[in-house]
Design a protein around this ligand. Structure first.
Ligand SMILES: Cc1cc2nc3c(=O)[nH]c(=O)nc-3n(C[C@H](O)[C@H](O)[C@H](O)COP(=O)(O)OP(=O)(O)OC[C@H]3O[C@@H](n4cnc5c(N)ncnc54)[C@H](O)[C@@H]3O)c2cc1C
Length: 323
């Protein structure tokens, strides 16, 4: 019987919707081979985020709410996750793929002496065993894997699992007692630097407008990529070429070493379509590419392609969309 602990993620108390797709994974496992799942939410002052988890069919929403967890310091969070997994007898500990889960879950798996899989895109329960499919080598290989051991830790791609349908009944909220003195003091929170853009986060947006090396300056990027994104109510993204040249911040990078996204609509403006970039966006439903090179590889996966100069085509497109 599966006992699954789903780690919920939030940003300063605002729930990350990707957490619900991790619950979708848990629900799929339980539907096929029995069991139940709990959410675990960690932080300080997170009662509103906890409310957002109560309609997903979890047996319980466990909340570790204490000032000692106000910032997501990985060694502290990993300890509370491991302790809670042991206390609940969890056989699976799951979180949606993100920088948060990449930082925290491997540490929790080490504390639990559990196997760890990242980037899971499918699960097939059969004969009491779970067989997982996971993406490797920038999406070029899909491995079929089983993990040994009584406890398994996984990160799952949010695009691969739909959030559970909202239930009529609310899951009970249970407080998790945390002994702050038992938490690691090796790392200390110093500060958090964020730039509020007012635009949606690429991992949660339905539409993303991304720019590549064709954009020569930060001002051009903001005017063309940011401008088109604002007309469409979209998030912005960037290729690594622009991040490396300092034109865009690292937080915008889409790809193998950036964010992995699967929106409904993705605009690739002046992006060649290197495999490392495509690894982060090729599961998009509809891809639109604008590139002045008709031979650019991005056209091989684009649903709509326009061979044009982005400096001419994008202002024209914005003008038409505004009308
Ligand atoms: C280990 C590793 C990890 C990596 N991870 C990532 C990653 O996560 N994300 C990522 O993006 N890359 C990643 N890369 C880099 C990747 O290999 C490419 O170098 C990068 O994606 C190229 O970015 P680009 O398409 O913007 O630039 P380019 O490949 O230089 O392409 C620019 C494109 O713009 C077109 N163009 C130029 N001017 C115009 C214009 N005026 N109008 C229209 N089109 C124009 C050109 O025809 C060209 O196709 C990684 C590389 C390595 C080795």
């Amino acid at each position: 019987m599966n006992r699954i602990l789903v780690i919920a993620e939030h940003d300063q108390g605002k729930l990350k919707l990707a957490s619900l797709s991790a619950a979708g994974f848990a629900q799929k496992v339980c539907a096929a081979s029995g069991g139940s799942f709990d959410f675990l939410l960690l932080g300080s002052g997170v009662s509103a985020a906890a409310e957002g988890l109560r309609k997903s069919g979890a047996a319980a929403v466990l909340v570790a709410d204490t000032p000692a967890l106000a910032q997501p310091l990985a060694d502290r969070y990993a300890k509370v996750i491991a302790d809670t997994a042991k206390a609940r007898g969890a056989s699976l500990v799951v979180a949606a793929v993100s920088t948060f889960s990449k930082d925290i879950l491997p540490r929790a798996s080490a504390l639990l002496d559990a196997g760890m899989l990242s980037d899971v895109i499918d699960v097939r329960p059969a004969d009491g065993e779970l067989t997982f499919r996971r993406v490797m080598f920038a999406g070029n290989v899909i491995a079929t894997v089983q993990l040994d051991g009584a406890v398994k830790c996984l990160t799952v791609r949010s695009a691969a699992f739909a959030a559970p349908a909202a239930t009529d009944t609310l899951s009970p909220v249970e407080a998790v007692a945390v002994d702050a003195a038992s938490l690691s003091q090796f790392t200390k929170f110093i500060s958090r630097e964020t730039k509020a853009s007012g635009r949606p986060d690429a991992t949660e947006a339905r539409i993303i407008v991304s720019g590549g090396r064709a954009l020569k300056t930060s001002e051009d990027f903001e005017r063309l990529v940011g401008g088109l994104a604002d007309v469409l109510g979209a998030a912005v993204g960037s290729s690594r070429a622009l991040v490396d040249s300092g034109i865009t911040p690292n937080s915008l990078q889409i790809g193998q070493t950036g964010k992995v996204v699967a929106p409904d609509l993705y605009f690739a403006l002046g992006i060649s379509g290197a495999i490392q970039h495509m690894a982060g966006m090729k599961d998009t439903k509809v891809i639109v590419a604008i590139n002045k090179d008709a031979e650019a590889p991005i056209f091989e996966i684009a649903d709509y392609g326009l061979v044009a100069d982005v400096y001419e085509a994008v202002p024209e497109l914005m003008q038409k969309l505004k009308k």
